[in-house]
Design a protein around this ligand. Sequence first.
Ligand code: BEZ
Length: 399
Amino acid sequence: MTNTGSSPSRFDIVIVGGGPVGLSTAWHAAARRQRTLVLDRYGFFNEQAGSSGAERHWRLQYTQEDLFRLTMEALPMWRRLENLAERRLVHHIGSLWFGDIDVETNEGQIATTARIMDRLDVPYQWLTAKDIENRFGFTDLPSHYEGFLQPDGGTIDVRGTLAALYGLAQREGCVLSGGETALELLPDADGVTVRTDRETYRAGTVVLANGPGVNDLLAPLGATLDIRLYEMALVSLRRRAADVDFPFWFVFQQPTEEDTNLFYGFGRNPWSPSELVRLGPDFEVHPLGSAQGATGRPDPRHVDRLCSWVERHLPALDPEPAHTSSCLAVLPADPRRQFYLGLADGLVPGGRNIVLYNSGWGFKFVPLIGRICSDLAIDGRTDFDIARLAPTGPQEADR
Ligand code: BEZ
């Protein structure tokens, strides 16, 4: 954006961060006739944050019932997005959770989640270790492992989603400015002044959906979100035969002294099948001091831990990595908390004009979070139950 006049360009909403949530918010806000600007410091379609890669896990199930209800509300919004984009984005290849059903992990717990599925009447198949071995080709699982296959779960096409959201935001008239960095926010009772490396804007409301950069903008206002950054390994492995396929799978195991002992993997991408599938350890260990601390390379011990697990338990894959990389996961410091989502009211002066979305494994909620952020930005409230996620409210542990 270049403003040749002397007074700042005015927008109803300025969104900092043009990732999936920023673009989804822009689409929803502009559809409600809000003059909307999105700033992304790296340019659109970058993979600077999030769990990176072409796919994300889609699942209905959560161990927390309020989050479970939110995924059920997100599903019809995905369908609407798919209809508008004329493209399938969520592929229902199933979501398989198995392991020690009582272990409490950062990602939830199998037994409690099954009880919630019973209560909400969500279908699933309960499976023993032998069922999982016979049906999906895992081997040598501890005999007490059990789990479930939830058939509505699966995998989300990340690049398709970003392209769809970008196109819709653009079609609704949003101004999309890549390579522009927000440097300072000056909130007051009537709105927020946003200073960037190029311009100064005046907004009614600012939405911060800028991942690890959030505290750079909040700290000068006297507050920070308690987040942790983890550089996590991603590993692509070769299928040993063309007919090998899996649902999305996640194994819940007792933590070891060194790591959280959680592993996951995708099946073939239905939209771009290849001989490779992507897996990862979900090790929330050794947080980085800042995003600049990321090396871009996975911890070799984490790659080894994953590949050793595969060698023992998943003979359908060649455990020699075909490709490795890393991603930057931004997660709340309290692992029982899932996201920050809400107004910054009470957090920083003038915070009622700032909407925050930050951290957590949020891709599966993208159309819903965009709707919620635009509700908050326009109406100052939303009908969706996001009490647990309030940046200033009670933490999950207190509920
Ligand atoms: C999730 O479904 O939220 C998830 C999947 C893989 C790794 C971490 C989280």
